[in-house]
Design a protein around this ligand. Sequence first.
Ligand SMILES: [Mg+2]
Length: 345
Amino acid sequence: MEGNIGLTPVSSLGEFGLIDRITEGFSARNPGIIKGPGDDCAVLDKDESFYTLLSTDIMAEGVHFDLSYAPLKHIGYKAVSSNVSDISAMNGRSTGILVSIGFSNRFSLEAIDELFSGIRAACDFYNITLLGGDTSSSRQGLFISVTVVGEVEKDKVVYRSGAQEHDLICVSGNLGGALAGLKVLQREKDLFLNNPGIQPDLTGFEFVVERQLKPEARTDIIASLSEVAVLPTAMIDISDGLSSDILHICKQSKRGAVLYQNKLPVDYETDKVAESFQSTGSTYALNGGEDYELLFTVSIHDFEKLKGLKDISVIGHMTGTNSPVYIEASDGTQMEVIAQGWSHF
Ligand SMILES: [Mg+2]
């Protein structure tokens, strides 16, 4: 762009480079700050037994959602789910949210009601309270920013940085579904734009479409791990894709990892969609984002306790100090995992 001669495009840094840059030079000015930027939540001292957890997420129209196929109610629900998921990733429990929105005059009162009906449904589902927020007009489009607050017992908090060599790498649910749903929705939208007479047909893709439009935070996994007394050594929620998120755990834990391609949990529908786009289910699992499943590591001694739990797969193990991260195919060939994901700018 002409006006930007001599200036650096933000995209040259990538999301994580940008975060490192803008958070540099800030220091904790209060003894109650246990953890600042760099994990799924900030961690603040609360009382003798608990930490307070805080996280925030922004969703922008045209970047995170497309109103031509995402109902406003689902967008509201998803904005809450993605935040609650970050509290789960610290092994915590969400208690409340602040919601801020910016919207142009294209949005009617009924539209805003619809958005908040989704936010209300999520508050009911996760049993959390709307604490406040802000509203603003915007020149263009809809923005939603949700800040979530939660708590965790001090001896139960789980960071990204605690994984040890030989720990098992586990994931909840199945992966790649949200990307598959996005691909199907985009395909139907393109068909419709080229031929407005055709009605979108999502038959046979209900599961992946729901994974994209109405993801749920895995608060149930936190509860079941606690029931069998398994405390993960490290944890993150899968928002950017398995490859990016395992790299976060490995970088912060200063360990490597091996993931087994044939152990990645992929739903049949996800596989089918991936193949129709000349890809594979495991590629979608590695590179697709927004699944909001939990990726965590546990000590090998906890393996027996995990066995009885539903919806958890062991997909690999941690390796030595500062080793690379590999994905191993069934024929034994290994490929180094490099981050994909984010390219919003
Ligand atoms: Mg997260």
